[in-house]
Each structure stands twice: as C-alpha cells, then as structure tokens.
Design a protein around this ligand. Structure first.
Ligand SMILES: Nc1nc2c(ncn2[C@@H]2O[C@H](COP(=O)(O)OP(=O)(O)OP(=O)(O)O)[C@@H](O)[C@H]2O)c(=O)[nH]1
Ligand SMILES: [Mg+2]
Length: 270
C-alpha cells in the first residue's frame, strides 16, 4: 500500500483546520513551517494573515486568563469528538454537585442551543455560543469565548467549564484562556484514536475515557486505550468514567474542586 500521503501530516506538524473560514482563509496554529493545510504551499501573505489571526486569538486568551484569575475562577476546556459525552458528563457533575463550589458553563456548538437547554434546568449560569453565524468554525476561538464570559457574573462562580465544539482536532489548536485542556475519548471510538489524532491528547493535562459502562459490549481493550494516551502524553492524568453509572465521577469532581481551591488561593495571594 502507498503511504506517501502521510508525509503531509508529518510536514505540517499539526492538522488542517477550517478556522478562519469566515475570512475566506484556512489556517492552523503551529509555527511548523509554511506547509499548506491540504498539502499545498502557503504564500507569504497567507502565512502573515495566519500569524496575525492567531496572535489576535492569543491576545484575547490572555485577557480572559487575567479576568478569570482576578475573580478566582478555575476554568476547564472540554474537547472531544462529537458525542463523546461532554454534556452528559456536565449533567452528571451538576447532579452530583461540586461540594459547595459553584460552576458555570459555556456551551459551544456550530448550531442549536440544545446543550445549553440540557444544562439550564440545573439552575446554573450557562451561555450558548454558536459558530454558525461566524462561518461555522469547528472550534471555539478566544474572541467568541470572551463575548460569552462577559454575559456571566464571574463574582458568583468558582469553576467555569467550556464545552468546546465537537471535533477531535481543531479545538486543541486554540488557546481560550483556560487553566486546563481536558480531552474526552469514549470507549466506542476505538483504541487507536490517541495515536491517529495526537494533538488534542498531547495538549490536554487531563484525559477522560468515557462511557466505560459500554466496555462489556465492545471489542475494545481499556488498557490499550490508556497505553495509547500515555504514548502521546506520558504526563497526562487519565480518568476512566461513566456518566451513566457514575464510575470515576468522584475522581473527576475532586479534580475540578482541587482546581477551584487553587484558583481561590491564587486570587488571595495576588
Ligand atoms: N452508555 C453511555 N452513554 C453515554 C454516556 N455519556 C454519554 N452517553 C450518550 O452518548 C450520546 C452523546 O452524549 P453527549 O453528552 O450529547 O455528547 P457530547 O460530547 O456532548 O456531544 P456534542 O456536544 O454533540 O459534541 C448521548 O446519547 C448520551 O446519552 C455514558 O457514560 N454511557
Ligand atoms: Mg454536547
């Protein structure tokens, strides 16, 4: 078999992303040279615009980071393929509670308010952002998140969870001012995904292997999934869990609560 097409991925280092579609451009983060997003060469103007757009994103991300720190809010950016169980995890988390800490949620999707509608009954602050009106980007960029944060009362929050647009590649390329990137991989997606889509697993400090209740019905080996995540990111914390049965939920909630405590301490120290 001819594997020569693999060179494109190696050459660009990171992966193609539809980011910037609203500007008529395709770009992706990296500084890995000027390799085109689909194998073509980038001209100097395209590279410059690419860099300017990412620099603008990072400036917004820094403003968000400063704002959240000043309010003592711990923030996590949940990223995964569509349907890996991000919203179900948030529902289970809110059902269980955060030991007195208060969580707010930003829901990111291309279209619909379906996920915010699922979170709203818990009576917490939730803002839905849609990328559809801005070109339908497959990820949240910092300016959009900044707009959502301005709709929240940060004084009354301890934790802010941003559920990114379902996509296993692009969201990892954009800093949105979060304290931690969290990747979810459901056991139904197969063992090889960390190796085939390494960027998100590489960038995340926490990996949640979701839907473990389904393992008895699948031909996948949890040990192999964990080993593949570790191959890409040996230092990532990994928590297997099931939003359905609650297995692993306590460990995830403890991670969130620890983050909230640290953010509060850091705010006091400033
Ligand atoms: N069996 C089982 N099903 C789950 C679990 N978590 C989520 N699901 C199901 O998986 C499907 C997708 O879950 P969502 O929470 O909507 O996934 P998502 O990642 O938020 O999806 P997008 O926002 O569209 O990217 C739903 O049918 C859930 O009921 C779990 O722990 N076990
Ligand atoms: Mg969702």
């Amino acid at each position: 078999m001819d594997y020569s097409h693999r060179r494109h991925t190696r050459d660009t280092g990171r992966f193609p992303c539809a980011a910037g579609r609203s500007t008529g451009m395709r770009y992706h983060k990296g500084g890995h040279g000027a390799g085109g997003t689909s194998g073509g060469e980038r001209g100097p103007h395209e590279v410059e615009l690419h860099q300017n757009l990412l620099a603008a994103n990072d400036r917004h991300a820094q403003v968000i980071r400063g704002l959240l720190r000043a309010h003592g809010v711990f923030s996590a950016n949940l990223m995964s393929s569509p349907g890996a169980g991000k919203t179900a995890l948030l529902e289970a988390t809110l059902k269980r509670g955060l030991d007195g800490f208060v969580m707010g949620v930003i829901e990111g999707d291309i279209e619909t308010t379906a996920d915010a509608d699922r979170i709203a009954p818990f009576g917490i602050q939730v803002v839905q952002v849609n990328t559809g009106p801005f070109g339908g980007d497959c990820h949240l960029a910092a300016p959009l998140v900044a707009g959502a944060i301005h709709q929240l009362d940060l004084h009354s929050l301890d934790v802010l969870v941003v559920e990114n647009v379902g996509n296993l590649v692009c969201p990892a390329e954009f800093d949105i001012g979060e304290d931690a990137k969290v990747v979810l991989l459901s056991v139904t997606e197969g063992e090889d995904k960390p190796l085939k889509y390494p960027l998100m697993f590489h960038e995340a400090s926490l990996a949640l292997v979701t839907k473990t209740d389904l393992l008895p019905h699948l031909d996948v080996d949890l040990g192999t999934i964990l080993a593949n995540i570790r191959r890409v990111n040996p230092s990532a914390r990994i928590i297997p869990l099931s939003a359905r049965t609650g297995d692993g939920l306590d460990e995830w909630i403890t991670w969130l609560v620890d983050g909230a405590k640290k953010a509060r301490t850091a705010q006091t120290d400033d």
